[in-house]
Design a protein around this ligand. Structure first.
Ligand code: ADP
Ligand code: PHD
Length: 554
């Protein structure tokens, strides 16, 4: 039977979306997939699939009210199906001009049928948050004087005007935004739930504008609000997690609409719907990357592209060191570690759906589409790799916890971590000996949302730990993470320590993750940027003088 692995995968993909009960060879080149309705699909029937996984014909019985309706289709071919996700961040859609360029980019790949995920225009999310904070104190009659609200209105109205689109596309949303800010002003309170609702206006507006523009220039597009499309999350406002139910729900919605009438889906990034409360949630700052990989996994697409304003993932943050250069290839593990340890370029959770479904992620520059970007896959050739990237996370807190009991006392670490667990505080890096443990934590991730409560949360943590240990709290520290091939950790450490010594910097903690791609060094905040610059020069700018000969010696 002539069925390649690739086409089998495609056929099985068809099958899984239609909940098949049978998967039968019909002839030497054709297969029949029979499926039964489930509660959601409310239909049953069969597809005849050719050896390329293309659907040659389908017959389906659907329930419409109490009636059974039979639908027959000939020649619907999966070759016309959605192929990639293209996510464009705020910087890529910051102005009308940028939106035109993104539309041109979509046009430039006629062989792709993308699902497009958009963030809010430019810095809209920050402006919305600032407007919300101001509304709490300014009084309901002064809402229209809030500078950030004026800016947001201007930006969106001007963009519509420049794209030649009717203002009605977002006027309803702008009115509701003003009403929401008035309500916040009256309540004198901005809760995490209302904060998520507030920031959702950014993505709701950008996607509506862009969809209208694509349709205007003759590219059929359909707008989706993620929270009405099946992106289902926990109810953790401002930092919700995607739930498994999302995948079939999103696949069903996009697939069914596409079959009815193909149109490029334009989806709001960053947003979801809390499963218990049914309210709008957000996935944490930069969460549109996660929306993109989630949709990629839900549809089993060929590739997930995240389009940014840099030439890919770089060897360090270009704002810290302008000599940063693109990293051509990363593994999911490296990218996840890099994001988790603070590289703003990718959302910390965004690699998970991509790696679970083994879909390559490509990071590209929408300002420079010719640049090859970074490709992120399950594996890569690490034989020549030493260091991949340097990541800085500033303003972290370090705790030195030394047991007050005798050496060899068991249960010390368990007690320490049960205190963290009880207080719902997560730690980033850990270094231990038998009687002491040093940990770092990000004060911004403490389960509280203002500085005063942050301090009291830390005091409480120290009080609890002091019941079993002597505790030294060290604030204003930075973690420098060296992401690379930890099989060559001796080489990395030798060089790193010599650079730091030359710069007069003492390392206060070192931790090498079990994931084997990351070595973390803790230094004083005040010296951290200088260290990253020096390390970058040593590892990436003077490779000749630095990198080892075949046998790994310097
Ligand atoms: N290692 C890194 N590689 C690339 N960009 C980085 C890195 N660290 C920090 N950045 C910053 O991340 C920005 C891109 O991320 P982000 O602003 O979230 O993009 P977008 O909004 O377009 O999705 C870059 O402009 C750059 O300033
Ligand atoms: N607009 C949201 C979500 C997002 O992903 O944005 P960006 O892609 O511009 O980082 C934010 O600013 O957090």
């Amino acid at each position: 039977m002539a069925l390649s692995l690739d086409s089998l995968a495609r056929a099985q993909f068809t099958a899984c979306r239609t909940q098949p009960n049978y998967f039968l060879p019909k002839s030497s080149t054709h297969f029949e997939l029979k499926f039964n309705s489930n509660i959601n699909f409310r239909r049953r029937g069969a597809l005849v699939v050719n050896s390329n996984g293309g659907v040659l014909s389908s017959i389906a019985e659907k329930k419409e009210g109490s009636r059974n309706v039979t639908e027959k289709k000939e020649g619907t071919n999966l070759d016309n199906e959605l192929t990639v996700v293209m996510k464009f961040g705020g910087s890529s859609v910051a102005t009308a001009e940028r939106m035109k360029e993104v539309a041109a980019l979509i046009r430039a790949f006629p062989e792709e049928r993308p699902v497009v995920v958009l963030s809010a225009m430019g810095k809209t999310t920050n402006k919305l948050l600032a407007a919300g904070e101001k509304a709490v104190n300014c009084g309901a009659f002064k809402i229209d004087e809030i500078e950030e609200l004026v800016f947001i209105k201007d930006l969106h109205v001007r963009t519509l005007d420049e794209l030649g689109i009717d203002i009605s596309t977002v006027s309803g949303l702008l009115t509701r935004l003003e009403q929401l800010l008035t309500a916040i002003a009256m309540m004198k309170e901005l809760t995490p739930r209302s904060r998520d609702y507030l920031v959702s206006f950014g993505e709701c507006m950008s996607t509506r504008i862009f969809t209208a523009y694509l349709n205007k220039i003759g590219i059929k597009a359909r707008q989706y609000d993620a929270f009405d499309m099946g992106i289902i999350t926990t109810d953790d406002f401002t930092n919700a997690d995607i739930l498994e139910a999302t995948y079939p729900a999103v696949a069903k919605r996009l697939y069914e609409d596409w079959i009815k009438e193909p149109a490029i889906p334009i989806v709001t990034g960053f947003l979801g719907k809390g499963w218990k409360l049914g309210a709008i949630t957000t996935l944490g700052r930069g969460g549109s990357d996660l929306t993109a990989t989630t949709i990629g996994k839900a549809l089993g697409l060929r590739e997930i592209q995240v389009w940014k304003d840099v030439d890919g993932v770089l060897t360090c943050d270009p704002n810290i060191h302008p000599a940063a250069k693109p990293v051509p290839h990363l593994t999911f593990e490296e990218a996840a570690e890099l994001a988790y340890f603070g590289a703003q370029v990718l959302h910390p959770q965004s690699m998970k759906p991509a790696s679970e479904s083994d879909i390559p992620v490509r990071v590209k520059n929408s300002y420079n589409p010719q640049a090859p970007g970074t490709i992120i896959t399950k594996e890569r050739d690490l034989s020549k790799a030493v260091l991949t990237s340097i990541v800085l996370k500033s303003n972290i807190t370090m705790l030195d916890i030394v047991s007050t009991r005798m050496l060899g006392q068991h249960g010390f670490l368990a007690k320490v971590f049960s205190i963290f667990n009880d207080l719902r505080i997560s730690v980033d890096s850990v270094a231990t000996s038998e009687v002491s443990v040093s940990v770092t934590l990000d004060p911004k991730k403490l389960p509280c949302d203002d500085l005063i409560r942050e301090e009291s949360e830390l005091d409480h943590l120290v009080e609890e730990l002091e019941k079993i240990a002597v505790v030294n709290l060290l604030q204003k520290r930075s973690i420098i993470s060296l992401i690379g091939n930890v099989e060559r950790s001796s080489l990395i450490l030798e060089k790193a320590f010599s650079v730091l010594r030359n710069n007069g910097v003492n390392v206060q903690m070192i931790s090498q993750g079990a994931s084997k791609v990351n070595i973390s060094l803790v230094v004083d905040d005040s010296k951290a940027k200088q260290c990253v610059q020096a390390l970058h020069s040593a590892f990436f700018e003077n490779e000749e003088s630095y990198f080892p000969s075949e046998n790994g010696h310097l």
